[in-house]
Write a protein that binds this ligand. Structure first.
Ligand SMILES: [Zn+2]
Length: 311
């Protein structure tokens, strides 16, 4: 009982800390900042690094998120934002690009991120309406702006180094998307991960590959990051990468057991509460288990050769 109440108190405390961080600036190291976005508005986290002559921003956010973070950046430095780095193509990380570009920034991303934009933002690229058009129906901030794809592209890596600061934009393999790229600060051992690593039940698994994701995070771990700034949820240490990876390992193991037992998609769907409870038994990964596990388990089953679960 004592353990339970301690656990509950810790949970309440940690969620209070997480809430308190939203829309506030945290100094990660001198000239390196982290800003936790407001999940109620769909905003992603942001980071920025103040170089001698300019600022590099990590993720463009939604347009409304960009408007929240722009004055926060201006409060830390008078230097201009010259580069904004989309960690991947999702709207909450890239739809704000236009606002940054209008402010004089060049939008940077991995080549695969642009490739994925061409596949899903087909309206912009001359095809049938895509995700941007869908988002514009629900979000005035998107409807009031336009899609601005990245123009500075790197197949693998792009480094910025002015002698004082070095930031390595690096692609390690598919995960949350095929284009996931990271911002790595080797001197400070700080890693900005985008949604390749989140801290909480924020994983969207629809565009990537769980199997590849686990392998990619193995490579990411080799960096030896000491501070990890995720795409969503509060900042933490290297445990965030390990916990994120372990969650997917456990999720795939659950799916594998269901398929090995010959369960139908409907039977697996019926077992979701038990699977969810089993995953939550590991305190390191419990925070990654979403309220509705259908999409995650569907992804895991399909990757293992099974069928999607009923919706
Ligand atoms: Zn994403």
């Amino acid at each position: 009982m004592k353990m339970l109440s301690f656990g509950l108190a810790w949970l309440l405390l940690s969620s209070a800390v997480a809430v308190a961080q939203i829309n506030t600036v945290q100094t990660v190291a001198p000239d390196v900042y982290f800003h936790a976005g407001d999940p109620r508005r769909g905003h992603s986290n942001n980071g920025w690094i103040v170089f001698d002559d300019f600022v590099l921003v990590i993720d463009a956010n939604y347009p409304s998120g960009a408007k929240v973070v722009m004055p926060q950046i201006a409060a830390t430095t008078a230097k201009p934002v010259r580069f904004v780095f989309d960690t991947h193509h999702h709207g909450d990380h890239a739809y704000g690009n236009q606002l940054w570009a209008e402010g004089g920034a060049t939008v940077v991303a991995s080549t695969r991120t642009l490739d994925e934009m061409k596949q899903v933002e087909t309206g912009f690229f001359g095809g049938a309406p895509g995700r941007w058009e869908s988002a514009a129906k629900n979000r005035p901030d998107v409807a009031e702006t336009k899609l601005k794809p990245p123009v500075m592209l790197f197949p693998q890596d792009l480094f910025l180094d002015d002698g004082r600061h070095r930031v390595e934009l690096r692609w390690f393999g598919a995960g949350h998307t095929k284009g996931d790229a990271y911002a790595w600060l080797p001197k400070e051992k700080i890693l900005f991960t985008g949604d390749a690593c989140v801290n909480g039940p924020h994983n969207n698994v629809n565009d990537g590959s769980l199997t590849e994701w686990i392998k990619t995070l193995d490579r990411v771990k080799q960096l030896g990051a000491e501070k990890v700034c995720p795409g969503h949820g509060p900042m933490g240490g290297p445990e965030i990468i390990a916990d994120q990876q372990n969650y997917f390992v456990a999720l795939l193991a659950q799916a594998k057991a269901q398929l090995a037992a010959g369960k139908t998609p409907a039977e697996i769907k019926a077992a979701l509460p038990a699977i969810s409870a089993a995953l939550k038994q590991d305190p390191r990964i419990a925070r990654y288990v979403p309220g509705n596990l259908t999409a995650h388990l569907t992804k895991a089953c399909v990757e293992l050769g099974g069928q999607p679960l009923p919706k």
